[in-house]
Design a binder for this molecule. Structure first.
Ligand code: UDP
Length: 340
């Protein structure tokens, strides 16, 4: 297949590019580099041993999107591109709605006009909202989310479901990610947050490498075994493999819309993660328990049964693998990707 990967320069996108190329497909990347460095493409070309064509523009630009589809022939699209910082989305809601919805509208419009029939979309466990029973199952309704970021994911799930229901030529996979961490085992690509990391493991990694003084643990008075929040951390390599499995399965999938959780099915607490990272880095990582972060749920994880049964996919990498690979990437690239 010839696959367009939007946001292919980003964290999950870049790891997926490597696996989609390795599976024998041709990949074209579209990315506006608003939250990624162009040098990631050099790393991807080195890892895959192939030239990766890149189109640098914002998908909300309908004319440019239309031109890309008029010039190239695609069999499928994997759509990662989007704004993704929960806190920022509260301060800039309009930007989040315009960007995340607008890019999806523009992309799907071009796909339909040019007869591209397979779309894999990056959704999130955030669509389960605050009340879903744990473990989260795909058939839970109604979808809800506590932030503008999360609501863009809920809205896009509805939009894509409606469009696919009305168009027999379009099949959609909605992949609900849990907490992706880790890096490619080569240590040459990984997560490169700009500014202060919002997420736990990138923050721990920056403390371990000496860029930050200590981890703030947001609350240890939750109703969990050690009082800190539990999440379903999934290795980005397992997550990327889930995209490939979904892409392959879409061809034969009976339903126009297919929802799959991509998680491990296991919760890990903040302190358990901190200690796993200490083992990987071979050093103590200073931390301080501070107040709770607004909006955090105590504990949740995926029921990954549906993806296993329907895709033959399951996450295989452990928390120790995730920490070892994150640490290799962070040590080799203490300041992330170079500018040029
Ligand atoms: N967390 C923390 N300190 C940090 C960042 C995160 O204690 O600097 C906690 C956070 O409260 C949550 C867990 O780590 O319980 C995972 O947070 P993250 O932002 O990585 O993912 P989320 O589950 O919120 O999407």
């Amino acid at each position: 297949m010839r696959v367009l990967i939007s946001g292919g320069a980003g964290y999950i996108g870049s790891h997926t590019v490597v696996q989609v190329v390795a599976a024998g497909h041709d990949v074209v990347v579209v990315d506006d580099f608003s939250n990624a460095k162009p040098t990631v493409i050099n790393r991807l070309e080195a890892l895959t041993g192939t030239h990766i064509p890149v189109h640098a523009f914002d998908l909300t630009d309908r004319d440019k999107t239309e031109r890309l589809f008029a010039d190239e022939r695609f069999d499928a699209v994997i759509h990662f591109a989007g704004l993704k910082a929960v806190g920022e989305s509260v301060d800039k809601p309009l930007e989040y709605y315009e960007n995340n919805l607008g890019s999806t509208f523009s992309l799907v419009r071009a796909m339909r006009r040019h007869g591209v029939g397979k779309l894999v979309f990056s959704s999130s466990a955030t669509v389960y909202g605050d009340h879903a029973p744990v473990p989260y199952r795909e058939d839970y309704e109604p979808l809800a989310a506590a932030s503008p970021y999360g609501r863009t994911k809920v809205m896009i799930e509805h939009v894509l479901s409606d469009v696919a229901a009305a168009d027999p030529g379009l099949k959609v996979a909605l992949l609900r990610y849990f907490n992706p961490i880790g890096a490619h085992p080569s240590g040459t690509i990984g997560e490169d947050p700009q500014g202060i990391p919002n997420n736990l493991v990138p923050f721990i990694a920056q403390v371990a490498v000496g860029r930050r003084e200590k981890l703030n643990v947001f609350g240890d008075d939750y109703p969990t075994a050690d009082g800190t929040c539990e999440r379903d951390y999934i290795h980005v390599e397992d997550l990327a493999a889930g995209h490939l499995a979904a892409l392959t399965a879409l061809e034969a999938a009976p339903a126009p819309v297919n929802v799959w959780n991509l998680g491990t099915g296991t919760g890990t607490s903040v302190l358990e993660m901190l200690h796993a990272f200490e083992r990987a880095a071979g050093k103590e990582i200073p931390y301080e328990v501070v107040g709770r972060r607004a909006g955090d749920l105590p504990a949740y994880w995926a029921d990954p049964t549906k993806a296993h049964e329907e895709l033959g996919w399951r996450a295989t990498r452990t928390v120790d693998d995730m920490c070892a690979d994150t640490w290799r990437w962070q040590q080799g690239n203490p300041n992330g990707y170079p500018d040029a």
